[in-house]
Design a binder for this molecule. Structure first.
Ligand SMILES: Nc1nc2c(c(=O)[nH]1)N[C@@H](CN(C=O)c1ccc(C(=O)N[C@@H](CCC(=O)O)C(=O)O)cc1)CN2
Length: 298
């Protein structure tokens, strides 16, 4: 097989997630406008429990992006000591609110809350994070369901960069429910041969060296080095790690960007790569959820 990827309109090695996310947002805004002309308005509820500083930033950005694309949004800020019963009661009321088509509970939840119980209480049709078991199952069967935002954003970047992914060997590093597992399912749907490696995998470096596409989602700063990659690989770095620097802290990915740069055909930076796509794909999911519900008369 020709392992040298034919890159699609990609004169630059650095895959620009900010630019790609702006394109997604402008497509969504256009489609929201068309829905509004038919008298419909997509609505998103974002629920934040506690005061995690990073989560506060992400939630604020979700609400801002929603306003920019014309999606009606409601932010529910709950105290860190909110009971699970109160959270479930809020989700129940949002499930029954006809103005709300998408519900997102920001993760991580405060300690003591049962994440599975909370995520399973969201109506799967309003589950814009794609974390409900019915959407997870649908994704693994290749059905058209609401799909987790970060992996959906990675797929968009990969298609923009490489075009058709059929027959390529994709290696996903990390097996989280939010990124690793759905990423593997989406790559399989795109006809890749997929290897999922994790902390118990033997000889991870050798497995990674066989990747045409490598997706890193482990949360370990700069773990992936140049000699883990074959020449010409396309690298998607999902890691967002805060490390100490001279001027306080800075963000780095799971891939050592400077070390691998000359080895790869294309790579996402951190920040400015996958991160911005997560919120753009949330807007796309909210629009899709609204369309699905409106077509079912809900
Ligand atoms: N319910 C959910 N919770 C969480 C998700 C999710 O998809 N659904 N993902 C992450 C956090 N997240 C969105 O919620 C998110 C993370 C990062 C970014 C982003 O734009 N990152 C920037 C850097 C921002 C910074 O300075 O911190 C970048 O990479 O360029 C957006 C959204 C966990 N929780």
């Amino acid at each position: 097989m020709n392992t040298q990827l034919a890159l699609q309109d990609a004169p630059f090695k650095r895959i620009d997630g900010k630019r790609a996310s702006a394109r997604v947002l402008s497509e969504v805004a256009e489609q929201v406008k068309q829905l509004q002309q038919q008298g419909a308005q997509p609505g998103l509820a974002v629920v934040l429990i506690g005061e995690d500083p990073a989560s506060q930033v992400y939630v604020r950005n979700k609400v801002l992006r929603a306003a920019e694309v014309g999606i009606y949004s409601l932010e529910h800020k709950l105290a860190a000591d909110t009971t699970q019963a109160d959270l479930l009661a809020l989700i129940d009321s949002l499930n029954n609110d006809p103005q709300i088509h998408g519900i997102l509970v920001q993760l991580p939840l405060p300690e003591g809350m049962d994440e599975t119980r909370v995520l399973e209480s969201i109506n799967p049709l309003k589950d814009v994070d794609g974390f409900h078991s019915s959407n997870v199952g649908g994704l693994s069967q290749g059905r058209k369901v609401l799909t987790p935002c970060t992996p959906a954003g990675c797929m968009r970047l990969l298609h923009d960069t490489c075009g058709d992914l059929s027959g390529l060997h994709a290696v996903v590093v990390g097996r989280s429910n939010i990124v690793g597992k759905p990423m593997a399912a989406l790559l399989l749907q795109a006809n890749c041969s997929v290897t999922l490696v994790h902390s118990r995998s033997r000889d991870i470096e050798r497995l990674c060296r066989d990747a045409d596409i490598l997706v890193a989602a482990v949360g370990r700063p700069k773990m992936i080095k140049r000699d883990w990659l074959k020449s010409g690989a396309v690298v998607i770095d999902v890691g967002i790690n805060r490390i100490a620097s001279d001027s306080g802290t800075r963000l780095v990915g799971d891939v050592d960007y400077e070390d691998v740069y000359d080895q790869v055909a294309a790579i996402t930076p951190v920040p400015g790569g996958v991160g911005p796509m997560t919120i753009a794909m949330l807007m796309q999911n909210t629009l899709d959820a609204a369309r699905m519900q409106l077509s079912k008369g809900e």
